[in-house]
Design a protein around this ligand. Structure first.
Ligand code: UN1
Length: 508
């Protein structure tokens, strides 16, 4: 039997078939749960079939992963880095095909699909270097003939639950770091992007096999909430990294915390972009366009709130509406398309519901505002003029909808930026140094990502990625995020013959 469509034949080059078992368990592909059709968001037609895993298969996967953890953590960190280097090379070889798959199954445009795979490759490179820098500090001891220092050890297994909007980049952020830190990985990808989960896992599996390492070091499951919940509850998984909504994230955190596990949360964003009266308007308009419309508004870093200084309000808005009216919405794999469909029929319905709530709260649609009649999940890129205290502005509507609001002073703009429950990304456009330093300082943006003269989205992997408040507080990818994937041992060694006690205590 062939693929549902002839143009899907390229999938065989990345190890996919018309029917795919969706569990990689102890080196074998198997699954006996429900069979699902994965569809293209452009037309809702089947790409291929995937069988999800059963709870028995979950258990088998975890048992073998737990065994493999002993081997993996015994390998010196730079040797683990070498494996991750090979994973990066394997991805490089398949960059175009994998990028195309991301575009086909998720619905983002091809350039962004390829960019997403590139993000995983960049993470591999970062992690290879890191594998020689998992340094602990040496701390001066207050006691004579004592030495105090830190040793970083692996946690064991890291559970990674990712979302549909970045079906492989977020796995990359977590898995590359987790692996060099000496942890095995258990991955559950999004239920609607199983082919990406399978294709990426196949590449990693090949590298492990080539190096005669236990395949269960990387265990992957296609499945739904039941598998996610099992990961959250599983005491064999000391760290659970979860990406998704604040609502589900709060539940995951509760379950994981109850068993004293650690959580790394990357939840909803509601990101603002501020344009000051002294800003480079051309730069701002291009940035807003990418930040609000790119990925059809389905990045957690998407700009959803635009605050314009009253003196440039109409000028920026006119330019922006002009760009929106020209944007090419359509097949994400076709050249020239800038906006693909939203991911599912449910996302499209959510957009429609969102628009009616916006209208009921006095929002005025300046452009867009409707779904596009077709077999796919296409919606119009939308700009809404709305009062900054409308309650809908405080929520994350996961689509290409931008709220525009006016302000008079920097203080007012910062207060508005900080006035929502979420705290992921933020950006200000200005040419004044004192505005920049106010923005990044203690009285400035309360977000995890605080940008100047660039969009809210499109972060590089070298920095720590994540946000505050309802965004969950986690930091993934670069900088010193690796510390969360390890346990810290504070070691004090007495190499003398006396027993001086800390704090000068004399005990008998
Ligand atoms: C996400 O939307 O979950 O900063 C991740 C960005 C990308 C990652 C987004 N590098 O927009």
């Amino acid at each position: 039997m062939g693929f549902a469509k002839k143009e899907h034949e390229f999938l065989s080059a990345i190890g996919l078939a018309p029917e795919n078992p969706g569990g990689f368990i102890n080196g074998k592909w198997k699954a006996s749960g429900p069979v699902i059709s994965t569809v293209s968001p452009s037309n809702n037609q089947e790409i291929a079939k995937v069988t999800e895993v059963s709870m028995e298969e979950y258990e088998e996967g975890l048992r073998s992963c737990n065994d493999a953890a002993k081997t993996w953590k015994s390998l010196p960190a730079p040797k683990r880095g070498e494996i991750v280097r090979q994973i990066g090379d394997a991805l490089r070889e398949k960059l175009q095909h994998l990028g195309k798959l991301v575009s086909l199954e998720m619905g983002k445009i091809l350039a962004e699909g390829i960019g997403e795979v590139q993000e995983v490759i960049d993470m591999c490179d970062f992690a290879v270097g890191l594998s020689r820098q998992l340094n602990g500090s040496i701390i001066p001891s207050e006691r004579p003939d004592h030495m105090m220092f830190e040793v970083w050890n692996p946690l064991g297994i890291v559970g990674v639950i990712t979302a549909f909007n970045f079906p492989c980049a977020v796995l990359g952020w977590n898995a590359c770091i987790a692996l060099v830190c000496g942890n095995c990985v258990v991955w559950k990808g999004a239920p609607t992007t199983p082919l990406v989960t399978i294709a990426v896992t196949k590449l990693i599996a090949e590298v492990l096999e080539k190096n005669n390492l236990p395949a269960a070091i990387f265990t992957a499951f296609c499945g739904g909430a039941e598998i996610g919940e099992a990961i959250a509850k599983d005491t064999r998984i000391p760290l659970v990294s979860f990406t998704g909504s604040s609502k589900v994230g709060a539940k995951v955190q509760q379950i994981v915390t109850e068993r004293f596990g650690k959580c790394l949360l990357e939840l909803s964003g509601n990101n603002a972009l501020i344009v000051m009266d002294d800003a480079d308007v051309g730069l701002a308009v291009r940035s807003i366009f990418f930040a609000a419309v790119g990925t059809a508004g389905q990045r957690c870093t998407t700009c959803r709130r635009l605050y314009l200084h009253e003196s440039i309000y109409q000028n920026v808005l006119d330019k922006l509406v002009g760009l929106y009216n020209q944007v090419k919405i359509g097949d994400p794999l076709e050249e020239g398309t800038l906006v693909g469909p939203v991911h599912t029929k449910a996302s499209r319905e959510n957009f429609e519901k969102g628009i009616s709530t916006i209208k009921s709260q006095g929002g005025k649609i300046l452009t867009g505002g409707s779904v596009i009649e077709s077999n796919g999940n296409f919606v119009q890129a939308t700009i809404v003029e709305i009062a900054s205290n409308a309650s809908v502005v405080k929520e994350e509507l996961f689509g290409p909808v931008l709220y525009v609001m006016k302000f008079k002073t920097l203080e007012e703009a910062i207060e508005l930026n900080n006035s929502v429950p979420q705290g992921l990304s933020s950006s200000i456009f200005t040419s004044k140094p004192n505005t920049i330093f106010k923005w990044i300082g203690p009285h400035g943006s309360d977000c995890g990502i605080v940008n100047v003269n660039i969009p809210t989205n499109g972060a590089e992997i070298g920095g720590a990625f994540g946000g505050e408040k309802a965004t969950g507080g986690g930091r993934e990818a670069g900088s010193d995020s690796w510390k969360q994937y390890m346990r810290r041992s504070t070691c004090t060694i007495n190499y003398g013959t006396e027993l001086p006690l800390a704090q000068g205590i004399n005990f008998g």
